[in-house]
Design a protein around this ligand. Structure first.
Ligand code: 13P
Length: 285
């Protein structure tokens, strides 16, 4: 069942759980996401990161088969453009059939962020698509600009509350301690749940946790309790597949390559199932 995130997140909000949004970047990784959701009878969101779409995923060609897979699935599946900064590109994704888009104008001033997001909300309505936005920022644990999320990057609840009312977004990503990417071994981030609680109490809107990988099971559970309805996980799904490929080739360098491709996306399924369980969306399809 192919859907937008809107109804999916409204149900999650009403029933007190979160829908997992897993990053995929090709047909195989998308198949893994849908397979995990079907095994858990859970609604699911395939998050296609704008940078991945531009680099690896020909939107004109690959959106159609992913939508077909979503339509054939026996659980609700949404396709969401993740961190869409480039509005012209975001529009193209809507034209190609994405059921949801994230307009990430969080690097702009709150006023500009609201102005750009309002425009995307109006545009998405034409396509019947839902819109996620972001107030505050999340850092990235890896790469040249590695920077853990700090106090200055957290979401200001008052700004977020005004933003939700002003823009009419379907859900809002909030920064309260998570960072994108792979945390150092043994590190568990401190989450400031009061930020989520305050925004939820004032708006009742579906809220989103980014940077779910490695955030810790307890942080995840508590996030759902205080009002998070969408949890993004990408890195952990990629790492488990990369480790499978590395281990398999170390043990058998002659492993059949088509079989390796097939087995690697299947190797990611259990990780997604674990997150579905934590999110409370198990059996909620
Ligand atoms: P992780 O890769 O840290 O799980 O973050 C995913 C994400 O938030 C995508 O927007």
């Amino acid at each position: 069942m192919y859907q937008s995130m809107k109804g999916m997140l409204a149900k999650a909000n009403a029933e007190g759980y979160a829908v997992m949004a897993i990053n995929a970047f090709n047909l195989e990784t998308a198949r893994g996401v849908i397979a995990a959701a079907e095994e858990m009878n859970a609604p699911i969101i395939i998050d296609l990161l704008q940078d991945h779409v531009k680099a690896y995923f020909d939107c004109d060609i690959l959106t159609v088969p992913i939508i077909k897979m979503a339509q054939a699935a026996h659980v609700p599946v949404a396709i969401n453009l993740d961190h869409g900064h480039d509005i012209a590109h975001l529009k193209r994704c809507l034209q190609e059939g994405f059921s949801s888009v994230m307009c990430d104008a969080s690097a702009l001033s709150p006023e500009e962020n609201a102005r750009v997001t309002r425009g995307v909300v109006e545009l998405a309505q034409i396509y019947g698509a839902s819109v996620e936005a972001e107030v505050g920022h999340m850092g990235c644990a890896v790469g040249e600009d590695a920077h853990f999320t700090d106090y200055a990057m957290y979401t200001d609840p008052d700004v977020a509350i005004a933003f939700i009312k002003e823009t009419g977004v379907d859900c809002l990503a909030v920064s309260y301690g998570s960072t994108h990417g792979d945390y150092p071994e043994g590190y568990v981030p401190t989450f400031h749940f009061d930020i989520v609680e305050k925004i939820k109490a004032a708006t009742g809107a579906p809220l989103v946790l980014h940077g779910g990988s490695g955030a810790g099971d307890e942080n995840m559970r508590r996030s759902v309790e205080v009002g998070i309805n969408k949890i993004n996980v990408g890195t952990d799904y990629m790492i488990v597949q990369r480790e499978f490929v590395a281990k398999t080739l170390a043990e058998n360098p002659d492993y059949d390559y088509p079989q390796l491709c097939e087995d690697s996306w299947r190797a990611g399924i259990d990780t997604i199932k674990h997150y579905i369980e934590l999110s409370g969306s198990y059996g909620k399809a």
